[in-house]
Design a protein around this ligand. Sequence first.
Ligand code: NAD
Length: 369
Amino acid sequence: MSNLKQVVVIDGEGIGPEVIGEARRVLRWFVAEKHLGIETRDALYGVEAFRRTGKVVPDQTMTALRTADAILFGATGGPAYDALPAEAKREGNLLRMRKSLDLFANLRPIVAIPALAEASSLRSRVLEGVDFVILRELSSGLYFGEPRGIETLPNGERRGVNTHAYTSSEIRRVARFGFELARTRRRRLCSVDKANVMEAGQLWRQEVQALHDAEFADVELSHMLVDNCAMQLVRAPAQFDVLLTDNMFGDILSDAAAMAAGSLGMLPSASLGPVGPDGRRPALYEPVHGSAPDIAGKGVANPLGAILSLALALRLTLGEPGAADRLERAVRDALGTGVRTRDIMHEGGRLVGTRAMGDAVLAALEQTA
Ligand code: NAD
């Protein structure tokens, strides 16, 4: 066995190949210039995989995912994906991949970079000091609950059903992750639920509170209803440190929170599973955004969410925190030169495409000590 860390890279659909193309160039730079002990392998997924193998997630990809130290993923979805046979999509898709690797903890850091204040829809004074993490439960809840489906009722009406269900152990393991994370930050955790109308939300609140009282009294815990949280994220996002959410609430709230970072295209994410007996922890890194069919193939997508996802992989899985810091600094330095993709463009910015933004990050990397 090689001692090199194994990174499996998956482009996916839409803007996936464009943004991952830039993250791949950055990773290659670190391997070539800084001699990081990392080996990369490309794997097929989605529309392209189906065309070649008849499967959305081919067996070879699934094996590669299980043995990889880290997975770097672009995005999935869009018209070509939607047109695939329903059966093929049910058998293998991103949600299934996350589930089969038991990726329960999805970290979405939100940082307001001062250079992007003009790109944000929020006022500069609201953005001051914004630095928080949304911790989204990723392996259960409404996106996985049974029963689910569309049925025809005896009266001929159709009914769509999904089930929002959480067990106490599912809540506790992500809450534990959140409290431990808060201990490495400003020791504040805000747990989000809809306990006023949902039983699953009541259980969520009770379990988070009980774990806090038993083991994490040194962390300041608050509870917030999800509708209020949506408002607070645009009113005063700097109040948050760790924001703990279920699967669906985290999905929705992070898109709103993206405005504090200037654009959805800026947000990275890490999805982590439990630590195995061999000490390894399954890990998938991907930008928060989707396949953006409206801009796919035009070379205008912002690759920084994908590049910052690589920085998270370097820090959390690949044992290279120095390289991660350097890469995050290079992203800030690149933005400091004024280059802007369309989504973060503002008066005074210099409009560039996906590739040129990648070039700017590589140039900044060359210049950092
Ligand atoms: P989206 O995130 O793809 O796009 C939302 C908006 O943000 C679009 O206007 C898009 O142009 C813009 N945008 C997103 N990323 C950008 C980037 N890097 N640079 C510049 N602009 C960017 O969400 P959507 O349009 O609601 O969904 C499109 C498809 O993506 C759907 O099929 C959905 O299921 C899928 N999706 C996939 C993931 C994933 O792969 N993890 C996540 C969300 C949505």
